[in-house]
Write a protein that binds this ligand. Structure first.
Ligand code: CDP
Ligand code: MG
Length: 755
């Protein structure tokens, strides 16, 4: 039995207590007071001179910590619910009522636009309906793309459970560096990037009978390119069914693009969500987030889990110093830090409060940790899920009643003029804010706490996010399209075309890398590069390892760079040990060789987990690097590069530079680093092994923007290597330097002397 409730939000300009300092002090006080127990609390509260309503808050919070009648009722209904069979659950989804209509519509139309609220069952049910209706004749597959890897994996796991088969048999998934499918797989979930790669081997998608481009509203770069490609093949494959599904209201736009394809609407089910705004802007949204989580946990009578939208960026930990008594660490992942702060805080409160289970979810989260998110919350506990915007639409978590929305997300952006590409934190759009709020109202009425003012919502947020294709580096996609034989990119059928300038830059960069010739045609090198599911710089670096005879080392470095997760960990109690272990791996030449050291030492111990623990190395990261490496080694074979090993660090670093010559910086006379080509000011990341050094020339893997523009994974290089790697790109003059030739007196000072 399900209730259908009108979709309108209840919008209120109610103030809520956010992260203002006084409130926090009081919280701290209450926390320590709780150690005295409820009986003592009042007198302690007097002693600390709390205001009257704060005392009441406090004592209520203490009472909440005990068992609560409502909770027990809720527990009964929860366990009842859990007993509901999977098949019954499937029948309660909004999409179920439209099963027959949907199948009929797919029979009648080649292209169908699907629009339905998040959680209505589009992703998990529609491919199954088609499978059950016989769309997999002659072993043809039903494919479904997801913009995010976590979504592809978790949805495939869920559907295989519903279909009662092992994951990887009838239902499987394919994401970069991980293929969990077999010949038997008929329902295949994959990232949009993987489908793009499949076009290289199967340009007409002959093995598919249905392709569903899901989460179309996310408008990721790969999804946007797929629109053009699938629209094209639909013309000469009339038997291929195309579904474009979206959670928001862009359906009309998709319909127009796909030659007025009909729109199939699945009416949503949504409970009212009360929206709360802060009265004044928050100075520090992480601070405000933690306080709000604790406030909800301690004072909200309604049971239900909390979903928090964070950005997943790196940031200066000093911001959180009042939560984490460790100011030495310079930066850390935001989600990780908030997790740590919450765990510390709840530990401090001890058994006096209900258990608070803190779980993260982000794109690179290992799959064993992902599963935890979907486990039902145990009775008498509350779950708080710290998510990136992955939980906005692509992953649905049941049991969320409270949403905390600080209003930010991490976005990649590309400045065509300076050639700088980086991730930075931006304010979200109104559409995203409403999606986030909607997560609170899926199973019952909910509350959304926006950590910004109502004024900011109305006046500062854009209506819709900017599609990724208009704000990102297109090198990768251009190489892919060229490999597919699409030469005229300016006239490619884009839903929203990228800026001409970005296209030109991508072509120029591919030319400098040697992937395209001066007529813009794919070279042999370019064709080989396209075999690798990596960005062009990394693919080039890998292929250059043939010339420098160090492919073993380079694929290791490439794998370690690709896992995109922390290699070292620093348990608070053992920071000194952890840091000295980390320094033990440092190479004087920088981080690339440091990463290589870690991997090789781990390999020498026969990939031991024990060794990782002893050396404060994240075993999970290493396992993943191992898997990625296996894949890359397989691809080396495909492009016929013999595995060769070298311990010549110069060759290894020259090889890195062959791929990453855009990412080079030079120390200027003022002791600052500037990128060589565009003179953009950049800084050495505090986690780098070169943080305390001042090499003259260096090459970095990527830029991250936190308080400043930081270079991550850096190595020292020599400027002549740049000429050798990119004669088309650099001119001798740009690379002039006191280290290269004799300089007049006084100009050859080392950077240290200059400081
Ligand atoms: O795609 P859409 O947002 O319309 O919904 P869906 O992802 O198909 O999810 C439908 C339902 O399946 C959700 O409401 C969840 O209850 C359930 N689900 C789950 O339990 N575990 C997953 N990994 C994915 C979905
Ligand atoms: Mg979905």
């Amino acid at each position: 039995t399900t209730r259908t409730i009108p979709t309108a939000y209840v919008e209120e300009d109610q103030p809520m207590h956010g992260g203002d300092g006084a409130k926090w002090e009081q919280e701290q006080l209450m926390a320590s007071l709780m150690h005295y127990g409820a009986k003592d609390a009042k007198s302690k509260a007097d002693e600390f001179d709390l205001l009257m309503d704060e005392k009441i808050d406090f004592i209520q919070a203490l009472q909440m910590a005990g068992t609560n009648q409502d909770d027990q009722e809720q527990q009964v209904s929860l366990s009842e619910k859990r007993k509901m069979t999977i098949q019954e659950t499937r029948r309660t989804l909004p999409v179920y009522a439209f099963r027959e209509d949907f199948i009929k519509a797919v029979h009648e139309h080649q292209v169908l636009i699907i629009e339905g609220e998040t959680g209505s069952g589009k992703t998990t049910q529609l491919p199954q309906y088609l499978y059950e209706a016989g769309f997999c004749k002659d072993m043809k597959r039903i494919g479904c793309t997801q913009p995010r890897r976590v979504a592809a994996m978790s949805v495939a796991a869920r559907v295989s459970e519903e279909a009662g088969c092992k994951l990887g048999s009838t239902v499987g998934y394919s994401i970069r560096f991980e293929d969990c499918t077999s010949e038997k797989t008929l329902i295949k979930y994959m990232t949009d990037g993987m489908l793009l790669r499949e076009f290289l081997n199967e340009p007409d998608l002959a093995s598919y009978s249905v392709m569903m481009i899901d989460e179309a509203h996310e408008r990721t770069l790969h999804t946007d390119v797929l629109f053009g490609l699938v629209k094209d093949i639909a013309r000469f494959r009339p038997d291929l069914k195309l579904l474009i599904s979206s959670a928001t209201l862009d359906a009309e736009k998709f319909s127009t693009f796909f030659d007025d394809a009909p729109i199939f609407r699945i009416p949503g089910r949504r409970f009212p969500v009360d929206i709360y705004y802060t009265q004044a802007p928050e100075a520090d949204y992480l601070d405000a987030t933690i306080v709000t989580i604790m406030q909800i946990h301690l004072t909200q009578p309604m049971p239900g889990d909390i979903l928090v939208f964070l950005t997943g960026k790196f940031f200066s930990r000093v911001l959180l110093s009042k939560f984490i008594n460790d100011q030495k660490r310079e930066s850390q992942e935001e989600i990780e830090s908030v997790m740590e702060a919450l765990i510390e805080k709840t530990k401090m409160l001890g058994k006096k409060i209900k258990e608070l289970i803190v779980l993260p979810i982000y794109a690179n989260l290992p799959s064993d940790l992902q599963a935890k998110i979907f486990e039902p919350t145990p009775p008498n506990a509350r779950k708080v899920i710290l998510a990136t915007n992955i939980a906005e639409t692509s992953v649905t978590i049941d049991g969320i009643v409270y949403v905390i929305d600080p209003g930010f997300s991490k976005q990649n952006s590309f400045d065509a003029r300076s050639g700088v590409e980086h991730l930075h934190v931006v304010t979200i759009s109104k559409a995203a804010a409403n999606q986030r709020a909607g997560r609170a109202g899926r199973t019952g009425p909910g509350k959304c706490f926006r950590l910004y003012t109502a004024w900011a919502y109305k006046h500062e947020l854009e209506d819709q996010p900017i599609p990724e294709i208009q704000r990102t580096n297109l090198g990768n996609v251009v190489l892919m399209l060229k490999s597919l034989g699409i030469h005229d990119l300016v006239h490619f059928d884009f839903l929203d075309p990228p800026p001409q300038e970005t296209l030109v830059i991508a072509l120029e960069q591919l030319y400098a890398l040697g992937a395209l010739n001066h007529r813009g045609e794919l070279t042999k090198l370019g064709r080989r590069m396209a075999e690798f599911p990596c960005d062009p710089c990394m693919s080039k670096m890998i292929i250059a390892s043939e010339k420098y005879e160090c492919s073993e080392e380079i694929v290791t470095i490439a794998s370690m760079l690709s896992v995109n997760a922390a290699v070292f960990y620093r348990p608070k109690a053992m920071i000194i040990h952890a840091d000295s272990a980390r320094k033990g791996f440092w190479s004087q030449y920088g981080d690339h060789l440091t990463l290589l050291n870690v991997y090789n030492k781990w390999k020498e111990t026969n990939y031991s987990q024990q060794w990782c623990m002893e050396n404060f190395v994240q075993h999970r990261t290493m396992r993943r690097a191992y898997d990625v490496r296996e894949q890359l080694v397989g691809l080396l074979e495909r492009v016929e590069i013999e595995p060769k090993s070298s311990n010549n660090h110069i060759n290894i670093l020259k090889c890195v530079v062959s791929g990453y010559f855009y990412n080079c910086a030079k120390l200027d006379s003022g002791g600052h680093y500037k990128t060589v080509k565009h003179k953009h000011t950049v800084h050495i990341h505090p986690n780098s092994s070169l943080f305390e050094e001042t090499p003259r020339w260096l090459c970095y893997f990527e830029l991250v923007f936190t308080s400043k523009e930081f270079m991550r994974e850096i190595s020292t290089i020599e400027s002549q290597w740049l000429l050798e790697a990119a004669p088309h790109y650099y001119k001798g003059k740009e690379l002039e330097d006191s280290t290269n030739k004799k300089m007049p007196k006084g100009r050859g000072k080392s950077a240290k002397e200059l400081q």
